[in-house]
Write a protein that binds this ligand. Structure first.
Ligand code: ADP
Length: 359
């Protein structure tokens, strides 16, 4: 059992920087929760407060209902894996993994059993006698994870653990960590700036910006129901498109832009008649059409990116940029003006001032 609760947590660093501002998060037992957001948004600070590596300025941290604010890190039963691995260079892989258990004065045969079992899970048995410098980045990262597993902690914390790996290895390690989560049935909190990592690994994502939580939900919930323009633009790649459109009431709702007139059935938009809204549409919800009809956006192609399985087109709709993901069999040329049918069922709308979703 390990449930982690952050209640109105704040962090003000010396000098007055408010890095974390009234954060409320519940991490359920055995959940894999990812904190994601741009650099400097306060995700590492939040994680380090859970670990006990930073003091909590205000608010309460509970683990299984017990207040942890003043409990030293070593007594929180938490293990953390860092971006730079933080292995002891003069110790072998075995010694690195055994070190924390020796400090706890576990019997030697128990230490040996745990280290060897963990090495087997992570497929690093053959490296146990090597020093970290004789390992690749991916192998070092596995040792760092192994060092956390042998301690059998209540909660695993990961701070950007894959950032130093190349793209291919990152994809592989992502899958390995997800698999490990299933096998260990452990509570895990993972920090990353990479929304793809968040989408692929998380049971629940916490999106942060400027020290504040923007939205918490499952990956698909955030993708389909972003609460504001920031979350809508941050989750998804290529990112969601935003066009400035004017709302007209005209036997329903008509959204008029520079190169389009779109019909929406969203009742909620009625109260915006005569005003501007951000219209959000994902790159895959714009379908190329040769015969323009209702709900079409006309745009001029500026860049064609053939990716094999699909094509990304970068375009200008009047003076507003647009990106479209489309099937690979079309022949698109830079400079052509083409039409896309917008799937209005999937459209998002955001207030121009507050940037909150109006749906
Ligand atoms: P993230 O992990 O999202 O990149 P951080 O939690 O590292 O963000 O940092 C959040 C904010 O706190 C940033 O503005 C950063 O500059 C500031 N900050 C981080 N560590 C310190 C520190 N030790 N002293 C003062 N400010 C800090």
């Amino acid at each position: 059992m390990a449930k982690v609760e952050l209640k109105d947590i704040c962090k003000v660093y010396e000098g007055g920087v408010k890095a974390v501002d009234k954060v409320n998060i519940v991490v359920e037992d055995r959940e894999f929760v990812v904190f994601v957001g741009p650099s400097g948004c306060g995700k590492s600070t939040t994680l380090r407060m859970v670990a006990g590596l930073e003091d909590i300025t205000e608010g309460e941290l509970l683990i299984d209902g017990e207040r942890m604010n003043d409990v030293p890190p070593k007594d929180r039963n938490i293990a953390m894996v860092f971006q730079n691995y933080a292995l002891y260079p003069h110790m072998s892989v075995y010694e690195n993994m055994a070190f924390g258990l020796k400090i706890k004065k576990l019997p030697t045969d128990e230490i040996d059993k745990r280290v060897r079992e963990t090495a087997q899970i992570l497929d690093i048995e053959k490296f146990l006698d090597r020093k970290p410098r004789a390992l690749s980045g991916g192998q070092r990262q596995r040792v760092a994870v192994g060092r956390a597993i042998v301690r059998n902690p209540k909660v695993f914390l990961f701070d950007e653990p894959l950032s130093n790996l190349d793209a291919k290895l990152r994809v592989q390690m992502r899958a390995e960590l997800s698999d490990l989560h299933l096998r260990l049935q452990a509570t895990m909190i993972y920090v990353t700036h990479d929304q793809v990592e968040a989408m692929t690994m998380a049971d629940k994502i916490v999106v942060m910006k400027d020290g504040r939580v923007q939205q918490i939900g499952s990956p698909l919930h955030l993708y389909n129901h972003p609460c504001n323009k920031f979350v809508a633009g941050f989750i998804g790649s290529p990112p969601m498109n935003f066009l400035t459109l004017t709302v007209e009431e005209n036997n329903g709702i008509l959204l008029r832009g520079e190169t389009c007139a779109l019909k929406s059935s969203a009742e909620a938009l009625k109260k915006y008649a005569g005003r501007n809204l951000y219209f959000g549409i994902r790159p895959e919800d714009l379908k190329y059409t040769e015969t323009p009809s209702d709900n079409c956006i006309s745009a001029r192609i500026t860049v064609v990116e053939p990716l094999g399985a699909d094509i990304h087109l970068w375009l200008m709709a009047g003076n507003q940029p647009l990106v479209v993901r489309t099937e690979p069999h079309y022949q698109f040329k830079v400079g052509d003006t083409v039409n896309f049918n917008a799937n209005m069922e999937k459209a998002q709308f955001f207030d121009r001032e507050t940037e909150l979703s109006v749906l």
